[in-house]
Design a protein around this ligand. Structure first.
Ligand code: DSN
Length: 449
């Protein structure tokens, strides 16, 4: 992108944006919730649509001058309905957390009981995590977790649901590498008399492409973000299904009202347009092939990492992500993630189920294939990447000191700073970062070409 005006007005910011572009170009983006939006999506985000206020919905706005915005929002809504085969869509949520909050606002009362997957088992903050979150503070919450094998235990979920009779059951994950049985979740919700919200933010692209089973037949409401496997702009969508409208024919009205005036003001119209583009792109054969490759790549990466002795939660993956439990390697996720970043491989540290460490210094790392697959990388690159990950972690292990795990916070902080310094300047880590860069040059990223 030219960015000539930014360069003229704000050279300091211009440099930072160019640096971030370079980072995204030269490194392997392996955070599973990230991706490269297409040039068309990026263009839509930078249009004059950002100038307009449009509180309300098409044909019923509180501001004048919305004829064009009405048509754009309608296009986006119609494409959402077509892509996911649902009768209702709201494309205005500013992102995933506001989308979930709006759903709760639409159908729950403060103090109602909700049920979702525990954060440390791969759930999300908005799925009822403790009272540090809105969902955990304004609603009562019970949480289910994965079993020792890393898989969801549906009998246990059913037992919990029947015992507590929550008003809503959320099926949805942010760090779960296996197929979700939405049919079983739907049956459990029906039996318990609960609403079933499927939060498919992570797997939305795989669902749209038919690579992961769709929850639409079994959930009343579906939420998704548009920037992860969907490969669109940073945004979110709420869908109501036929099953949801059968439970309450006013469901669409409740959700509309929960967005505005309930929890948001004006929609971000530039994002709405970019979502319309993203959904158009997702209807292509190309996107289906891409999504299949995302999963193939994740499976190969998992198998290769296992050969190096890495322990994967649930022993592998069915989707776009892997969760590595580093306990057997005696390195925590913080040290591993920093070492990998210096080696040009960007992942995020993550708790693993039943983690004994904190969320800030957890036992695992989470990595995924959506962004690197958008660059066109395939199985052979996954093998190379697994080799680099193994090499980096081994180098990192050789530079750990006992003080890193000290209970003395100051000692630990200093030891971690020393570790980072040593790893950053390590010649083998630098060599790997250079090798990564060469591979990245061979696979230009969409939107950065
Ligand atoms: N932050 C997202 C993720 O990385 O999974 C969830 O909101």
């Amino acid at each position: 992108m030219p960015l000539n005006n930014i360069k003229a007005i704000d050279p300091e910011l211009y440099k930072l944006i160019r640096k971030e572009e370079k980072r995204q170009r030269d490194q392997l983006e392996m955070i599973p919730s990230e991706n490269y939006a297409s040039s068309a999506v990026l263009e839509a985000l930078g249009t004059v649509l950002t100038n307009k206020y449009s509180e309300g919905y098409a044909g019923k706005r509180y501001y004048q001058g919305n004829d064009n915005i009405d048509k754009i929002e309608k296009l986006s809504v119609d494409r959402a309905k077509q892509l996911f085969n649902v009768p209702y869509a709201n494309v205005q949520p500013h992102s995933g957390s506001p989308a979930n909050s709006a759903v709760y606002f639409a159908i729950l009362k403060p103090g109602d009981l909700m049920m979702g997957l525990k954060l440390s088992s791969g759930g999300h903050l908005t799925h009822g995590h403790t009272d540090v979150t809105l969902s955990g503070r304004f609603y009562k919450s019970i949480q289910y977790q994965v079993g020792e094998d890393g898989y969801l235990d549906y009998d246990e979920i059913e037992k919990l649901a029947m015992e507590h009779k929550p008003k809503i059951i959320v099926s949805g994950t942010t760090a779960y590498p296996r197929i979700l049985d939405f049919k079983r979740f739907g049956n459990i919700a029906d039996k318990a008399g609960a609403w079933h919200l499927a939060d498919i933010s992570h797997i939305a692209g795989l669902v749209a492409a038919g690579v992961h089973p769709s929850p639409v037949e079994y959930a009343h409401i579906v939420t998704l973000t548009t920037h992860k496997t969907m490969r669109g702009p940073r945004g979110a969508v709420i869908l109501a299904t036929d099953k949801g409208l059968a439970k309450d024919q006013e469901l669409g009205v409740l959700i509309d009202k929960a967005i505005i005036p309930g929890t948001q003001g004006g929609p971000h119209n530039n994002t709405t347009a970019a979502i319309a583009i993203c959904f158009k792109e997702a209807m292509s054969e190309n996107f289906k092939d891409y999504s299949k490759q995302v999963v193939k790549n994740a499976v190969v990466l998992a198998e290769e990492l296992k050969k190096f002795g890495f322990v994967l939660i649930s022993n592998g993956t069915d989707n776009h992500l892997l969760l590595i439990d580093l306990n057997n390697k005696n390195i925590d996720g913080w040290c591993a993630a920093w070492a990998l970043e210096y080696g040009g491989i960007v992942v995020n540290r993550n708790t693993v189920p039943f983690d004994k460490r904190s969320a800030f210094y957890p036992s695992g790392i989470r990595l995924g294939t959506p962004a690197i697959t958008s660059r066109g990388m395939g199985e052979s690159e996954m093998k190379t990447i697994a080799g680099w990950i193994n090499e980096v972690i081994n180098i990192a292990i050789n530079h750990l000191s006992d003080d890193i795990q000290s209970d003395n916070k100051e000692k630990s902080r200093k030891a971690r700073a020393d570790f980072k310094k040593k790893i950053k300047t390590n010649k083998d880590i630098k060599r790997i970062a250079d090798e990564v860069k060469i591979m990245c040059t061979e696979f230009p990223a969409p939107g950065l070409k």
